[in-house]
Write a protein that binds this ligand. Sequence first.
Ligand code: MN
Length: 246
Amino acid sequence: MKIDIIGDIHGCLPEFKALTQECGYEWKDGLPVHPDNRLLGFVGDLTDRGPSSLKVADIVWRLVMEQKRAFYTPGNHCNKLYRYFMGNKVQETHGLETTVAEYKSLPKKEQQTIRNKFIDLYEKSPLHVVLDENRLVIAHAGIKEEFIGKTNSKMKTFVLYGDITGEKHPDGSPVRRDWAKKYRGKAIIVYGHTPVKEPRIINNTYNIDTGAVFGGKLTALRYPEMEIVSVASTMPYIGEKFKDFT
Ligand code: MN
Protein backbone atom coordinates (compact mmCIF):
# COMPACT_ATOMS: atom_id res chain seq x y z
CA MET A 1 0.00 0.00 0.00
CA LYS A 2 1.03 3.57 -0.61
CA ILE A 3 -0.11 6.11 1.93
CA ASP A 4 0.79 9.65 2.93
CA ILE A 5 0.27 10.19 6.66
CA ILE A 6 -0.33 13.76 7.79
CA GLY A 7 0.53 15.19 11.23
CA ASP A 8 -1.75 17.23 13.54
CA ILE A 9 -3.62 19.71 11.31
CA HIS A 10 -5.55 21.66 13.99
CA GLY A 11 -7.65 23.55 11.47
CA CYS A 12 -4.71 24.66 9.30
CA LEU A 13 -6.47 24.19 5.97
CA PRO A 14 -4.10 26.18 3.68
CA GLU A 15 -1.17 24.17 5.03
CA PHE A 16 -3.07 20.90 4.48
CA LYS A 17 -3.81 21.89 0.88
CA ALA A 18 -0.22 22.97 0.26
CA LEU A 19 1.18 19.77 1.76
CA THR A 20 -1.01 17.47 -0.33
CA GLN A 21 -0.14 19.45 -3.45
CA GLU A 22 3.55 19.12 -2.56
CA CYS A 23 2.91 15.34 -2.40
CA GLY A 24 1.41 15.35 -5.91
CA TYR A 25 -2.30 15.51 -5.06
CA GLU A 26 -4.71 17.59 -7.11
CA TRP A 27 -7.79 19.10 -5.50
CA LYS A 28 -11.01 18.09 -7.25
CA ASP A 29 -14.49 18.89 -5.88
CA GLY A 30 -12.89 20.05 -2.65
CA LEU A 31 -10.86 16.88 -2.04
CA PRO A 32 -7.23 15.87 -2.64
CA VAL A 33 -6.79 13.15 -5.27
CA HIS A 34 -3.49 11.49 -6.18
CA PRO A 35 -2.90 10.35 -9.78
CA ASP A 36 -1.44 7.04 -8.46
CA ASN A 37 -4.42 6.58 -6.11
CA ARG A 38 -2.29 6.97 -3.01
CA LEU A 39 -4.19 6.91 0.28
CA LEU A 40 -4.10 9.49 3.05
CA GLY A 41 -3.65 8.91 6.77
CA PHE A 42 -4.40 11.29 9.65
CA VAL A 43 -2.84 11.06 13.11
CA GLY A 44 -5.75 12.97 14.68
CA ASP A 45 -6.18 16.46 16.15
CA LEU A 46 -7.88 17.77 13.03
CA THR A 47 -9.41 20.70 14.91
CA ASP A 48 -8.80 23.46 17.52
CA ARG A 49 -6.72 26.64 17.51
CA GLY A 50 -6.45 26.96 13.72
CA PRO A 51 -8.83 28.95 11.50
CA SER A 52 -10.71 26.18 9.60
CA SER A 53 -11.30 23.28 11.98
CA LEU A 54 -14.75 22.29 10.76
CA LYS A 55 -13.77 22.47 7.10
CA VAL A 56 -10.84 20.12 7.82
CA ALA A 57 -13.15 17.77 9.73
CA ASP A 58 -15.59 17.77 6.80
CA ILE A 59 -12.85 16.97 4.28
CA VAL A 60 -11.53 14.11 6.41
CA TRP A 61 -15.05 12.74 6.91
CA ARG A 62 -15.57 12.71 3.13
CA LEU A 63 -12.19 11.05 2.48
CA VAL A 64 -12.60 8.39 5.18
CA MET A 65 -16.33 7.66 5.36
CA GLU A 66 -17.61 8.50 1.89
CA GLN A 67 -14.69 7.74 -0.39
CA LYS A 68 -12.74 5.20 1.70
CA ARG A 69 -9.49 6.71 0.51
CA ALA A 70 -8.11 7.61 3.93
CA PHE A 71 -7.53 6.36 7.45
CA TYR A 72 -8.04 8.48 10.54
CA THR A 73 -7.49 7.87 14.21
CA PRO A 74 -8.66 10.40 16.80
CA GLY A 75 -6.47 12.60 18.99
CA ASN A 76 -7.22 14.10 22.39
CA HIS A 77 -8.67 17.23 20.76
CA CYS A 78 -10.95 15.05 18.62
CA ASN A 79 -12.07 13.18 21.73
CA LYS A 80 -12.97 16.43 23.47
CA LEU A 81 -14.84 17.80 20.45
CA TYR A 82 -16.72 14.49 20.24
CA ARG A 83 -17.75 14.81 23.88
CA TYR A 84 -18.83 18.42 23.24
CA PHE A 85 -20.97 17.33 20.27
CA MET A 86 -22.49 14.55 22.39
CA GLY A 87 -23.69 17.19 24.85
CA ASN A 88 -21.18 16.44 27.61
CA LYS A 89 -19.92 19.29 29.75
CA VAL A 90 -16.38 20.03 28.58
CA GLN A 91 -14.17 23.06 29.15
CA GLU A 92 -14.04 25.23 26.07
CA THR A 93 -10.30 25.84 26.41
CA HIS A 94 -6.99 24.73 24.84
CA GLY A 95 -8.30 25.56 21.37
CA LEU A 96 -11.74 23.97 21.56
CA GLU A 97 -13.14 27.50 21.90
CA THR A 98 -12.14 28.31 18.30
CA THR A 99 -13.88 25.21 16.93
CA VAL A 100 -16.99 25.93 19.01
CA ALA A 101 -17.01 29.54 17.72
CA GLU A 102 -16.87 28.25 14.14
CA TYR A 103 -19.67 25.84 14.94
CA LYS A 104 -21.90 28.47 16.56
CA SER A 105 -21.46 30.83 13.59
CA LEU A 106 -23.04 28.26 11.24
CA PRO A 107 -26.75 28.11 10.40
CA LYS A 108 -28.58 25.46 12.46
CA LYS A 109 -28.86 23.03 9.59
CA GLU A 110 -25.13 23.15 8.82
CA GLN A 111 -24.41 22.75 12.54
CA GLN A 112 -26.41 19.55 12.53
CA THR A 113 -24.66 18.25 9.41
CA ILE A 114 -21.09 18.76 10.63
CA ARG A 115 -21.96 17.52 14.12
CA ASN A 116 -23.41 14.30 12.71
CA LYS A 117 -20.45 13.83 10.37
CA PHE A 118 -17.90 14.29 13.13
CA ILE A 119 -19.72 11.94 15.51
CA ASP A 120 -19.92 9.37 12.70
CA LEU A 121 -16.21 9.72 11.88
CA TYR A 122 -15.16 9.52 15.53
CA GLU A 123 -17.32 6.53 16.41
CA LYS A 124 -16.31 4.50 13.37
CA SER A 125 -12.57 5.15 13.57
CA PRO A 126 -10.27 2.90 15.60
CA LEU A 127 -8.13 4.32 18.42
CA HIS A 128 -5.12 3.23 16.42
CA VAL A 129 -4.89 2.12 12.82
CA VAL A 130 -2.94 -1.06 11.94
CA LEU A 131 -2.02 -1.34 8.26
CA ASP A 132 0.01 -3.36 5.78
CA GLU A 133 -0.02 -6.66 7.68
CA ASN A 134 1.01 -5.08 10.98
CA ARG A 135 3.99 -3.30 9.47
CA LEU A 136 2.53 0.18 9.96
CA VAL A 137 0.63 1.66 12.91
CA ILE A 138 -0.90 5.12 13.18
CA ALA A 139 -1.72 6.31 16.71
CA HIS A 140 -2.22 9.92 17.85
CA ALA A 141 0.21 10.05 20.75
CA GLY A 142 2.08 6.89 19.77
CA ILE A 143 1.66 3.41 21.19
CA LYS A 144 3.62 0.82 23.16
CA GLU A 145 4.20 -2.47 21.38
CA GLU A 146 2.10 -4.38 23.95
CA PHE A 147 -0.98 -2.23 23.17
CA ILE A 148 -0.98 -2.72 19.39
CA GLY A 149 -4.25 -4.40 18.34
CA LYS A 150 -5.71 -4.12 21.84
CA THR A 151 -8.90 -2.22 22.70
CA ASN A 152 -8.61 -1.67 26.45
CA SER A 153 -8.75 1.58 28.43
CA LYS A 154 -4.98 1.67 29.04
CA MET A 155 -4.44 1.62 25.29
CA LYS A 156 -7.04 4.38 24.89
CA THR A 157 -5.38 6.65 27.44
CA PHE A 158 -1.97 6.01 25.88
CA VAL A 159 -2.95 6.74 22.27
CA LEU A 160 -4.90 9.87 23.21
CA TYR A 161 -2.60 11.43 25.81
CA GLY A 162 0.75 9.65 25.54
CA ASP A 163 2.74 7.93 28.25
CA ILE A 164 1.56 10.20 31.05
CA THR A 165 2.63 9.65 34.65
CA GLY A 166 -0.28 11.54 36.24
CA GLU A 167 2.13 14.22 37.50
CA LYS A 168 2.27 17.80 36.25
CA HIS A 169 5.07 20.17 35.35
CA PRO A 170 5.20 23.54 37.20
CA ASP A 171 3.36 25.12 34.20
CA GLY A 172 0.47 22.67 34.62
CA SER A 173 1.30 20.51 31.58
CA PRO A 174 1.31 16.73 32.10
CA VAL A 175 4.58 14.84 32.62
CA ARG A 176 5.05 12.34 29.77
CA ARG A 177 7.54 9.49 29.58
CA ASP A 178 9.70 9.14 26.46
CA TRP A 179 8.13 5.85 25.27
CA ALA A 180 9.66 6.14 21.77
CA LYS A 181 13.17 5.92 23.20
CA LYS A 182 12.35 2.49 24.65
CA TYR A 183 10.33 1.19 21.68
CA ARG A 184 11.80 -2.03 20.27
CA GLY A 185 8.97 -3.15 17.99
CA LYS A 186 9.21 -4.03 14.31
CA ALA A 187 6.09 -2.11 13.31
CA ILE A 188 6.61 1.46 12.22
CA ILE A 189 4.69 3.82 14.53
CA VAL A 190 3.55 7.12 13.05
CA TYR A 191 2.16 9.64 15.50
CA GLY A 192 1.87 13.28 16.52
CA HIS A 193 0.57 14.96 19.70
CA THR A 194 3.85 16.51 20.91
CA PRO A 195 4.99 19.37 18.64
CA VAL A 196 8.64 19.13 17.61
CA LYS A 197 10.57 21.52 15.36
CA GLU A 198 11.72 18.68 13.11
CA PRO A 199 10.15 15.23 12.75
CA ARG A 200 11.53 13.00 15.50
CA ILE A 201 12.59 9.63 14.14
CA ILE A 202 13.80 7.08 16.69
CA ASN A 203 13.52 3.25 16.94
CA ASN A 204 10.98 2.84 14.11
CA THR A 205 8.83 5.67 15.50
CA TYR A 206 8.01 8.86 13.61
CA ASN A 207 6.64 11.92 15.39
CA ILE A 208 5.35 14.07 12.54
CA ASP A 209 3.63 16.78 14.60
CA THR A 210 5.81 19.69 13.58
CA GLY A 211 3.49 22.26 15.15
CA ALA A 212 1.68 23.68 12.11
CA VAL A 213 -0.78 25.53 14.33
CA PHE A 214 2.09 27.05 16.34
CA GLY A 215 3.84 28.46 13.25
CA GLY A 216 6.04 25.43 12.61
CA LYS A 217 5.40 23.12 9.66
CA LEU A 218 2.79 20.63 8.56
CA THR A 219 4.49 17.32 7.82
CA ALA A 220 3.65 14.14 5.92
CA LEU A 221 5.38 10.78 6.06
CA ARG A 222 5.14 8.95 2.75
CA TYR A 223 4.93 5.16 3.11
CA PRO A 224 6.58 2.90 2.01
CA GLU A 225 9.14 5.37 0.69
CA MET A 226 9.62 6.77 4.23
CA GLU A 227 10.07 10.18 2.72
CA ILE A 228 9.30 13.24 4.84
CA VAL A 229 7.59 16.22 3.20
CA SER A 230 6.83 19.44 5.07
CA VAL A 231 5.34 22.82 4.25
CA ALA A 232 5.81 26.02 6.23
CA SER A 233 2.96 27.25 8.39
CA THR A 234 1.21 30.58 7.85
CA MET A 235 0.44 30.83 11.58
CA PRO A 236 2.43 33.02 14.03
CA TYR A 237 5.43 31.20 15.53
CA ILE A 238 5.20 30.29 19.23
CA GLY A 239 8.57 28.76 20.09
CA GLU A 240 7.74 27.61 23.63
CA LYS A 241 5.12 25.18 22.33
CA PHE A 242 7.78 22.93 20.80
CA LYS A 243 9.36 20.11 22.79
CA ASP A 244 13.12 19.75 22.62
CA PHE A 245 14.21 16.11 23.10
CA THR A 246 17.96 16.80 22.91
MN1 MN B 1 -2.15 18.06 18.61
